[in-house]
Design a binder for this molecule. Structure first.
Ligand SMILES: *[C@@H]1O[C@H](CO)[C@@H](O)[C@H](O)[C@H]1NC(C)=O
Ligand SMILES: *[C@@H]1O[C@H](CO)[C@@H](O)[C@H](O)[C@H]1NC(C)=O
Ligand SMILES: *[C@@H]1O[C@H](CO)[C@@H](O)[C@H](O)[C@H]1NC(C)=O
Ligand SMILES: *[C@@H]1O[C@H](CO)[C@@H](O)[C@H](O)[C@H]1NC(C)=O
Ligand SMILES: *[C@@H]1O[C@H](CO)[C@@H](O)[C@H](O)[C@H]1NC(C)=O
Ligand SMILES: *[C@@H]1O[C@H](CO)[C@@H](O)[C@H](O)[C@H]1NC(C)=O
Ligand SMILES: *[C@@H]1O[C@H](CO)[C@@H](O)[C@H](O)[C@H]1NC(C)=O
Ligand SMILES: *[C@@H]1O[C@H](CO)[C@@H](O)[C@H](O)[C@H]1NC(C)=O
Ligand SMILES: *[C@@H]1O[C@H](CO)[C@@H](O)[C@H](O)[C@H]1NC(C)=O
Ligand SMILES: *[C@@H]1O[C@H](CO)[C@@H](O)[C@H](O)[C@H]1NC(C)=O
Ligand SMILES: *[C@@H]1O[C@H](CO)[C@@H](O)[C@H](O)[C@H]1NC(C)=O
Ligand SMILES: *[C@@H]1O[C@H](CO)[C@@H](O)[C@H](O)[C@H]1NC(C)=O
Length: 712
């Protein structure tokens, strides 16, 4: 009898272990067979400002739903009311990704997530997920300043904006970028989930699971307070969100001494500015071709055209070229530079600023007219008005003989969203914003994934190799070169240069072509590689030169990602090439030239770059000296610890653990229930067995002790 009990218990334990092992092995192989991981997806993530959270997130363990492809209006009805298998994971065709559809999903408890097919087929004539009045609360116009112009009262700059990027979705939203993976999803849907003659499909059904749980919630104030608390008490030191940040890039026609801060004696500078970033609904997806790239390229090509002339026939005023990062998120870069100037923590201060010319969206497309926007409020001051009028006159004379025309909109119109607004908040600065729109933007895809090469009309004849495309002067390149020439000549005149030198200032369409190719088609090309440091161009070290065009989302910058890892770096090294001098320094000297009497770190930066590839297809790295600088682009709100600031950007990005997407087949509810039931039964059995063993333990194990030689 004793022996019997002992044997039973041993066998029982064995059985349990076997069962457990079996379950483990079995379930992992099942996982391998059934789950299809989708690795070519892009999430929408959560961003926070002083008062709101926007974006998307899943629950902690991911959200699951039965797949349904939204192709017709009746699908929408099926998903939102009649379909028998909620919640649904909705696959959206491009044509359905608009505000009305998304808001109906947001309002429904029957939707567990959305995956948007990103393709050009079915793309609407216009699509902008941005707001109609970008950076409405952080520009210059407010109750105190031009109140009748505030909130885009006179001109709505982005009337096509549907505001989707600023909504808060309680479910995950992903973009599907890869055709082949989209096909896999479609096939799974067609095989298992499609309605047959309007009746419900049968189990098993194809389901999708999306993981994008966000650590931060509510707003930046809450998130930063929680992060600070956790760090102070070391409870569980973990950062929940990070300020959006990166670097501005700047250079000047006459080198400035960066060791001396505050007012620079005898310096009068003309600022030439443009923005460096853009955004879209999805994370790190921001081609920003017309919205941002047109301005970057114009300014870079103008720098290149001006540089030799400013060295040979230097105009009396210095020209200060700057590329502002994070402008899409309430002017992060420009507000920081202005803040530093006010605090005497920058190489120049606001009194050094003579005037400012900003390059806005200048894609032109097929048009030929450019518009000089100015601020009617500051022009009520006679001195400012006189200088603004002179700037316009200079610009018109610079345009003479060029294939573009410049005009100015009516006097009562406000400035479009621009960095100049942040300078005007700090003082009376004469300035113009050059753009290709008289009133609202011409750009029909502002701050969306579709503001790409095609939107900027960059197209190549068929059968060109990548190297031929790189230098091919498209019509877009030619017209941007015209704009760049106009900008360069205007800046030269504005800096007090002589009219007679103007004919020597002409932007090179070949440089523009290379810039266009690098910024909207393919960054991994021989030209850009030759300008970057050798370690960047080695494969696999990092993804800076991955395939495709660069993305212009500001990101979290060096605090999180280490050294500058973005488009900032491209602009920095391109500027170094366009304005720099090749030196004969060795790699070590280049990294630290302070020992050499001939070199000066106060005035110059030193760049160790790959160099052009020679005939034997290897490149000789070399050291370039240029007065190109980076300056922090992080909102002053985070320096001042004013996380609820109304004056400065407060945007932060939530952190997350994992972003994943997968599809798999689910069995019927009944089968699931059965599986659950069996699981519960096994659990109960094992509990019972444990109870039995432990209650009879004395009996069982002491007896075993008594008769150690008992065999079985
Ligand atoms: C995605 O997964 C496929 C196979 O499942 C693999 O071949 C491919 O390299 C993966 N891509 C990325 C970007 O990880
Ligand atoms: C949204 O998309 C649906 C389907 O394409 C269309 O019927 C509807 O008119 C669109 N709504 C808007 C506001 O564009
Ligand atoms: C949201 O749903 C409620 C009912 O559930 C309805 O009354 C309301 O009109 C809906 N709102 C939108 C924007 O569809
Ligand atoms: C909007 O502008 C008009 C003049 O263009 C002005 O009469 C009106 O008061 C303004 N509205 C607000 C709210 O400032
Ligand atoms: C934060 O963002 C939301 C959504 O766009 C906006 O309504 C709100 O005004 C913003 N808050 C501040 C302080 O700018
Ligand atoms: C898709 O699959 C086809 C054939 O299976 C392949 O030729 C093509 O390169 C794939 N496309 C992508 C983007 O992976
Ligand atoms: C769908 O309905 C049509 C006519 O109503 C019928 O001929 C066809 O067989 C049905 N298909 C299925 C799969 O039941
Ligand atoms: C730059 O400024 C610093 C501090 O004012 C000064 O010590 C240094 O000599 C200056 N360098 C040059 C090259 O003018
Ligand atoms: C500033 O300029 C004036 C006139 O050009 C000159 O006399 C003076 O020496 C300059 N001061 C400095 C510090 O360079
Ligand atoms: C223009 O350039 C030519 C040669 O590049 C030079 O000879 C001429 O002096 C320049 N003109 C002016 C006004 O700088
Ligand atoms: C700029 O790049 C071109 C092409 O790689 C190269 O020939 C030239 O020497 C570079 N100039 C400087 C100053 O780096
Ligand atoms: C580099 O060039 C300078 C003159 O430009 C010369 O004095 C120096 O000796 C050179 N250094 C080397 C290492 O060749």
């Amino acid at each position: 009898m004793r022996k019997m009990g002992y044997l039973i218990s041993i066998n029982c334990v064995k059985l349990l272990i076997t069962a457990l092992l079996y379950t483990c092995v079995c379930s992992s192989s099942v996982e391998q067979k059934i789950y299809v991981e989708l690795n070519q997806t892009v999430p929408c993530v959560r961003l926070l400002n002083a008062t709101h959270q926007i974006g998307c997130q899943s629950s902690m363990s991911g959200d699951t739903g039965v797949l349904h492809v939204l192709e017709t209006e009746s699908d929408l009805d099926w998903i939102l009311s009649s379909g028998p298998h909620p919640p649904y994971m909705v696959i959206l065709e491009t044509a359905f990704f608009n505000r009305s559809v998304m808001m109906r999903m947001k309002n429904s408890s029957r939707v567990s997530g959305v995956a948007v097919i990103i393709s050009k087929t079915g793309l609407a004539h216009d699509f902008s997920p941005h707001t109609t009045c970008p950076n409405q609360n952080t520009g210059v116009y407010s109750e105190r300043y031009g109140s009748d112009l505030a909130n885009c009262n006179v001109t709505v700059w982005n009337p096509l904006g549907n505001g989707l990027s600023y909504e808060d979705f309680p479910f995950p939203v992903f973009a599907l970028k890869d055709e082949n993976q989209t096909q896999v999803i479609r096939k799974c849907y067609e095989d298992h989930n499609q309605r047959v003659n309007g009746s419900a499909p049968q189990y098993p059904l194809c389901a999708m699971q999306l993981f994008s749980h966000m650590h931060a919630a509510t707003d930046t104030v809450t998130c930063m307070r929680r992060t600070d608390l956790q760090n102070r008490f070391g409870i569980n030191p973990e950062v929940l969100c990070d300020p959006l940040s990166d670097f501005n890039v700047w250079t000047s026609s006459r080198a400035l001494n960066i060791s001396s801060k505050g007012h620079a004696v005898n310096e009068s500078v003309v600022i030439a500015a443009t923005r460096l970033d853009g955004r879209s609904f999805f994370w790190e997806q921001a081609p920003a071709a017309e919205g941002t790239v047109s301005g970057i390229i114009t300014l870079l090509a103008a720098v290149h055209a001006l540089y030799p002339v400013t060295q040979e026939a230097p105009p009396p005023r210095n020209i200060f070229f700057t590329f502002f990062q994070g402008e899409a998120f309430d002017y992060i870069g420009s507000s920081k530079m202005v803040y530093d100037m006010e605090k005497n923590d920058f190489v120049i201060d606001l009194n050094n600023v003579h005037s400012m010319l900003e390059i806005g969206q200048v894609g032109l497309r097929s048009g030929r007219s450019l518009w000089m926007h100015s601020d009617p409020v500051s022009r009520k001051n006679d001195d400012v008005n006189a200088e603004v009028l002179e700037m316009m006159t200079r610009m018109r004379s610079a345009a003479a003989g060029l294939n573009v025309s410049v005009a100015h909109p009516s006097f009562t119109q406000a400035l479009p969203p621009s960095s100049l607004q942040r300078f005007l908040r700090a003082g009376l600065i004469p300035g113009l914003v050059l753009a290709d729109h008289q009133t609202s933007f011409n750009n029909r895809y502002y701050e969306s994934m579709y503001d790409d090469a095609e939107n900027l009309q960059v197209t190549y004849p068929p059968d060109l190799s990548p190297d031929e495309q790189l230098v091919y002067e498209t019509d877009a390149a030619k017209s941007l070169a015209e704009v760049a020439t106009l900008v360069a000549r205007s800046l030269y005149l504005q800096a007090g240069g002589e009219n007679s030198s103007l004919s020597n200032i002409t932007a090179d369409p070949k440089i523009v072509a290379q810039l266009l190719y690098s910024f909207v088609i393919q960054k991994n090309n021989s030209w850009l590689r030759s300008l970057l440091p050798p370690e960047v161009t080695k494969k696999g070290v990092n993804s800076l030169l991955s395939s495709g065009p660069p993305q212009f989302y500001i990101g979290l910058g060096p605090r999180v990602h280490g050294p500058v890892h973005s488009v900032t770096r491209f602009v920095q090294y391109i500027l170094a090439n366009l304005t720099g001098t090749v030196t004969n320094l060795t790699e070590n000297q280049c990294q630290d030239p302070s020992e050499l009497s001939s070199e000066n770190k106060d005035l110059f930066s030193y760049f160790w770059v790959s160099g052009p590839v020679s005939v034997n297809s290897s490149s000789e790295p070399l050291c370039v000296r240029a007065s190109v600088r980076l300056s922090e682009a992080v909102s002053p709100a985070f320096e001042l610890l004013e996380y609820g600031s109304r004056d400065y950007s407060t945007w932060t990005e939530s952190r997350w653990k994992s972003i994943r997407a997968r599809i798999f087949l689910v069995a019927s509810r009944e089968l699931e229930m059965l599986t659950l039931g069996v699981g519960v039964a096994v659990l109960l059995l094992s509990l019972l067995a444990t109870y039995f063993i432990s209650s009879k333990a004395e009996l069982l194990f002491s007896s075993a002790h008594d008769t150690p030689t008992t065999a079985y």
